[in-house]
Design a protein around this ligand. Structure first.
Ligand SMILES: [Zn+2]
Length: 290
């Protein structure tokens, strides 16, 4: 092996990715999607299958709107508990039912395969006596076909790609007072030369509820965030599940013992660096490094 470090790069060799996650399936999502589309960013919308709107009740998405107004516009629909029950405050069997019911419900409404999740009403912390615990819940979610689950309350500007997709911690809620400092810091991150150990890919993940923009009268805040983060050639704009699937494809690459030959057994084209050089490997193909 004659290179020191190899790091994942996002599609087209990009160093950075941006994603958004908005909860509870409220009507204000529609306005948020208009803003996302205007700036070319992608979001995941976490829906409670048991608390939907209808033609009469327009406060939340109606079941027949999700496919056309969210998924067909390039965004993701993900589970958020059929009845929005905090996993840390109930028995494992109830978590299983709330998650499975939500997945079944959303798949019936959309005709799609729904694999994402945001933990309802809490993250992975706050488990109480007699309730499920995180390790058990993680195993259950895997068995339920959930590919990732978003937690909360760990705001930071490290922009890390998660190691544990069932404890996926966003960079920040949109109301974080430092959000624009985070945005500036993220935008200033560039590819470093000389194969440095710190040259890993970066991910900026913002979450919230779109009704908060009405509540706080601050739609201009998300508009400004999207404007500042959008339209960058070194950023991949993707939904949560797209990022999760891509990272898993990268982690599936198979290397020769000397690290010089890389085989891609997945259906995704995958990019990575070896020192300062960016390589890509097509599905089913092998590349030689150096
Ligand atoms: Zn919620």
């Amino acid at each position: 092996m004659n290179y020191r470090y190899s790091f994942m790069r996002f599609p087209e060799g990009r160093l950075k990715a941006v994603t958004f996650s908005y909860d509870d399936g409220v009507r204000q999502d529609e306005r948020l999607i208009e803003i996302f589309d205007k700036y070319g960013v992608k979001g995941t919308f976490n829906i409670n299958s048991g608390i939907m709107g209808s033609a009469e009740n327009r406060g939340r998405w109606a079941p027949d709107e999700l496919k056309e107004k969210v998924i067909d516009r390039g965004h993701e629909v993900a589970t958020h508990g059929a009845f929005h029950r905090a996993p840390g405050k109930q028995r494992t069997i109830d978590v299983i039912r709330d998650t499975l019911d939500c997945r079944l419900g959303l798949e019936k409404m959309t005709g799609c395969i729904i694999r994402g999740m945001a933990y309802p009403d809490s993250g992975i912390t706050g488990y109480t006596v007699g309730s499920a615990n995180y390790e058990k819940i993680r195993e259950c979610l895997r068995d339920l076909g959930i590919a990732y689950a978003r937690t909360l309350l760990g705001d930071n500007d490290r922009f890390e790609v998660p190691r544990d997709f069932y404890a996926w911690t966003p960079s920040a809620h949109h109301n974080n007072p430092k959000i624009f400092e985070y945005v500036d810091k993220f935008n200033s991150i560039k590819e470093k030369a000389y194969g440095l150990a710190g040259n890993m890919p970066r991910l900026f993940y913002i979450w919230g509820h779109s009704y908060e923009f009405d509540m706080n009268n601050n739609w201009d805040r998300i508009e400004s965030i999207c404007e500042k983060l959008g339209g960058k050639s070194d950023v991949w704009y993707a939904t949560n599940i797209e990022i999760c699937d891509y990272v898993k494809a990268y982690e599936s690459l198979i290397y020769s013992a000397d690290g010089q030959r890389v085989y891609n057994p997945t259906l995704f084209k995958v990019w990575f660096t070896a020192d300062d050089v960016i390589y890509s490997v097509e599905p089913g193909q092998t590349v030689e490094i150096g």
